[in-house]
Design a protein around this ligand. Structure first.
Ligand code: SAM
Length: 218
């Protein structure tokens, strides 16, 4: 799997309007998590795998003077983000891969990622980059629905045609620790909205999303 293949896949998704579907599917859990983050005025936030940037904009609006940058490897997702952007929001969007973020060391106070990191071509390198661009004492909050304790999701790689990291909760925790993060916590978050009709989707919702929280040593 390489970045070009991932970008092509998500470019198609953007062209088909599936970015809006993802926003609808993911926003229940994302809103519940963002509400608990305690984002402070002026914080600089990175949204990894931002898609059309809906969460990037929410993050930027969550505290006075906060700014958010969304990165995504799919140029069409970034085009969608720019199209949906409003000039009153302190957010911007860049094409970049998780494995090679073009930011200086320690730029961000926080990092957020919704339903994206398991697509990393090289997960250890992606997490090392995430750790590098955080300030000392910075914090990462990552949400994934694709993990082994949510067994109905194991068909996703076949459905998407992409190779994906199918890790257990413990393996996610260990991956963050290998990258240098400390105080790594995991918890399930449930979408309180009515369950979707599609049985596979409903089964994954019943298991909940996995929220991984991790700190960079101060
Ligand atoms: C399932 S979508 C989620 C998008 C958005 N976070 C949301 O919840 O709507 C995953 C996104 O991650 C991006 N992505 C996947 N692998 C990537 C990589 N290695 N580097 C950067 N972006 C990547 C994809 O292009 C896609 O837009």
């Amino acid at each position: 799997m390489n970045h070009e293949h991932i970008a092509q896949t998500f470019d198609h998704w953007a062209a088909e309007g599936r970015d809006i579907g993802m926003e609808q599917e993911h926003s229940g859990v994302a809103l519940a998590v963002i509400a608990q983050l305690g984002i402070r005025p002026g914080e600089q936030i990175l949204d990894l795998g931002c898609g059309n940037g809906w969460a990037t904009r929410l993050l930027a609006k969550s505290a006075a003077g906060a700014t958010a940058i969304g990165v995504d490897v799919s140029p069409r997702m970034i085009e969608r983000a720019e199209h949906l952007h409003s000039l009153t929001i302190r957010a911007r969007y860049e094409i970049a891969s998780f494995e090679e973020l073009g930011f200086k060391d320690g730029k961000f106070d926080r990092l957020f990622s919704m339903e994206a990191l398991y697509y990393a071509v090289d997960l250890d390198r992606a997490l090392a980059e995430a750790h590098r661009v955080l300030k000392p004492g910075g914090r990462a909050d990552v949400i994934v629905d694709f993990y082994t304790e949510s067994p109905s999701t194991q068909v996703w790689p076949q459905k998407t045609g992409l190779s994906m990291h199918y890790l257990s909760t413990q393996q996610w925790q260990q991956a963050f620790e290998r990258a240098g993060f400390v105080g790594v916590t995991t918890q399930r978050v449930h979408d309180e909205r009515p369950a979707p009709e599609d049985p596979l989707h409903a089964a994954s919702k019943a298991c909940g999303s996995l929220w991984i929280g991790a700190n960079k040593r101060a």
